[in-house]
Structure formats: C-alpha cells, structure tokens
Design a protein around this ligand. Structure first.
Ligand code: PLP
Length: 399
C-alpha cells in the first residue's frame, strides 16, 4: 500500500520515546524525561511579547513571502556574520519550519538518486532518513568515545567515491556533545573543497559549549568552501523555542532559490507570528542564552557524575549541546534493578528504563545502530513541570 520511499524510512527514535513518556505522564505516571532535546526554560518574555503583539496586528493573518519575512532574513544574515564569521546576503537565507525542515529541504534540492552523503556517526537521527527520502545513500564514518567522537579527514577519504555529493557536519553534536576542533574542521573543509563536495553544516547548538570549548565555523575557517556550503540553524535550542518551529538555511543563491521553490509547494511560509518571535530572538541579546548555558553546565556535570557512579555505565563529559551519551554495554544481558529484567539491546534497555523506572532515555540504536547498540542518550533535563526552577537539573536516574 505505501510507497517504497516511506517504507525505507525509520521512525524518529527521539520522538517515539518522547511521545510514550508524554502519554505515561498524561495518565498520571511521574516520568523523568531525558528523551527529547527540549530545553525546559520558558521562552524569554520579550520574545513572547513580540509574538503577542504580532498576533494582534491584523496584517499578520496573511501569508508572508515563502522564504520568510525580509526583516527576519536580514537579521539572520546579520547573525550569521556575528556568529559564523562571514558575510552573507539576505537573499541566501530561507526561513523554514524548524531546523528539521531545513535539513529535509537541503537534501531534496541537492541529492540525486544514488548520490552519497557522508554522515559522521553517531549522528542525529534525521540526517540519514532525509538523505534516503531524497533518493540518496547515507554513508557513515564512525569515531567512538576513545577519539572524542571526532573523525579525521582519513575517515572521510576512505569512503569517498565518485558519487559523494555532500558531507554533514554537526558540531556541537547531537547525540555525543562533541565539539570538533578547528583543525579537524579545517582539514575536512579543505578536503571537501578539493573534491568538490558540498558541506552541510548544522550549527544549531553553536551557543551551547562548556569548559572553554568554542564552536568552529567552516565558512570562516576555509572561506573557499562558501560556494558549496549550506549552514543550517534555528531558534529552538539557543532560545528555548522548540515548539515555535523556526529554523533556516543559509546557502548559495541558486540553492536558496531551489529550497524556496520546494517550500512553496510544501508548507509555504513559516507562521508569521513565529517569525516575529524569531526576529525578536535573533536580534536580542545573547545573555538570555548565557543563563541557560550555566544551568545546562551544572546539569551536565551532575548527570555525568551520577551516570559514572552506576556500575557498568561509562559516560564521557560532553563539551557541547545538552546531551550525555553513556555506554551501558556491560549492563546488557545482566539482571537489572528491582525486577531482575534482562535487556539485550539499547532499545530494550530504554524500554525497561521507562516501564520499570519511569525514566525516559533514547536508545543509542536510533543514532547509530550497527556499531554501538548499547549507548543511550539523555537530554540533561527533567520533563518540564511548569514553575520548575530552571536550575533543577537531573532528577533520579536509577538503573
Ligand atoms: N539539528 C540537530 C542536530 C538537532 O538535534 C535538531 C533537533 O533536535 C534539529 C536540527 C532540528 O531542530 P528544530 O527542527 O526543532 O529546529
């Protein structure tokens, strides 16, 4: 009945865990949620106020231009200059329904059937699926915890073929929290440039780094890649605005035009009110982010220390984003917790964790199944309780 195209796509592991956790919560179970990557801070007042004002302005019931409000595109161009460190014109910016739509649309306009896209693993679960939906072939390169989850250019070269069209870079990284060094990014960007390979740089966690780590930006490090560089970003993680659904792509003009054309047939514009909120966020001060970063930092240390205190669990310290990525392999095949249940895979483990301990965590299989089936990931947060003090970090994680 269904198309081959959709049948080859897996469900989002993160959303599956999150919706089960939310359903349990709705039925009265006190679930501690480390599932979805969703900051539990309220969106800042000045952003909400901008949206409220936009709601009351009668002109805002209309469609906006498909690529976004001109003032928002201009603000994103300005912000790209400030943060990523190079000049872009607003005509290169397309505002999308979240960073996720920017990923999907990028693959749709870039990838031909059979084209290969290199996706460093462990990876955010939607990249390979977006490649497949475009008829492309995701090709993994893997770097484990012992290498700081940071592959080198030799790993990329080892899988390069005539069909290699693009490489995905995501630093700070979901799910590992790795922050790649400028040296690695420079090497990879030069290699991509030498081989006429596009770079898709997902910078959505750019402002969430710790211990003095800084986000590296390929477009600034190796300027010659800008003709084949697509920067993806959004307001979700930086400004605690996951539900507002505003992301963007910054791309060379022909690509930006193609993305706009596709979006014109897909969703048209992002809701005007959300765009007005994003405008206030992007133009606003970064100190609102600094406050959240401090809280994430405290939670990061707490959850990593608690995880490492559990026999059989090893968790490296993430330097970016808000995820802890723990190795639980020694716990597989052994009786667990009060009931003595035995898990044989990371997803089985995550199911038991949710069913028996009421703790939601995403199994590592969703991020990179073949190699390390026994990792799971936790967003460093509790399920949002309205009124929770933002600094309340990690709840119980009893295995
Ligand atoms: N990119 C990465 C690496 C992510 O982790 C996420 C969300 O989890 C996104 C993009 C998409 O974010 P959104 O669609 O909420 O803007």
């Amino acid at each position: 009945m269904l198309s081959d195209r959709i049948n080859q796509v897996g469900e989002s592991a993160t959303l599956a865990v999150d919706s089960k956790a939310k359903a349990m919560r709705a039925s009265g179970v006190d679930v501690i949620g480390f599932g979805a990557g969703e900051p539990n801070f309220p969106t800042a007042d000045y952003i909400v106020d901008a949206a409220a004002q936009a709601c009351r302005d009668p002109k805002n019931h209309r469609y906006t231009p498909t690529a976004g409000l001109p003032e928002l595109r201009e603000a994103i161009a300005w912000k790209t200059r400030r943060d990523s460190g190079f000049d872009v014109d607003q005509s290169q910016v397309v505002v999308t329904n979240g960073g996720k739509q920017a990923v999907y649309e990028t693959m749709q306009v870039l990838v031909n059937p059979g084209d290969e896209v290199i996706v460093p693993a462990p990876y955010w679960t939607s990249y390979p699926e977006a490649v497949k939906l475009a008829g492309g072939v995701p090709v993994e390169v893997f770097a484990g915890a012992e290498r700081g989850f940071e592959p080198g250019v030799a790993d990329f070269e080892a899988v390069r073929t005539q069909r290699t069209k693009a490489v995905v870079i995501n630093t700070p990284n979901n799910p590992t929290g790795a922050v790649w060094s400028d040296a690695t990014l420079t090497d990879i960007a030069r290699w991509a440039d030498d081989n006429h390979i596009w770079i898709i740089s997902d910078e959505i966690y750019e402002h969430l780094t710790y211990d003095g780590a800084g986000t590296g930006y390929v477009g600034a490090l190796v300027p010659q890649v800008r003709d084949r560089l697509i920067v993806l970003n959004g307001v979700a993680k930086t400004y605690a605005m996951t539900g507002w659904r505003v992301g963007w792509a910054v791309a060379p003009q022909p690509v930006a035009r193609a993305i706009t054309k596709l979006q014109g047939h897909l969703t048209s514009n992002v809701a005007d009110v959300s765009q007005q909120a994003a405008l206030a966020a992007v133009c606003g001060p970064l100190d609102v982010v600094a406050g959240m970063r401090e809280a994430f930092d405290r939670r990061r240390k707490a959850i990593v220390s608690d995880l490492n205190a559990v026999r059989g669990v090893t968790c490296p310290m993430p330097r970016g984003a808000f995820y802890a990525f723990a190795d639980i392999r020694p716990l597989l095949g052994a009786p667990l917790g009060l009931h003595g249940s035995v898990a044989d895979s990371s997803s089985h483990f995550a199911t038991l964790l949710l069913d028996e301990a009421h703790v939601a965590a995403v199994p590592g299989g969703g991020f990179r199944s073949a190699w390390i089936p026994a990792f799971f990931v936790c967003a460093g947060r509790r399920e949002p309780h309205r009124g929770d003090a933002p600094s309340q970090g990690v709840g119980r994680l009893s295995i």
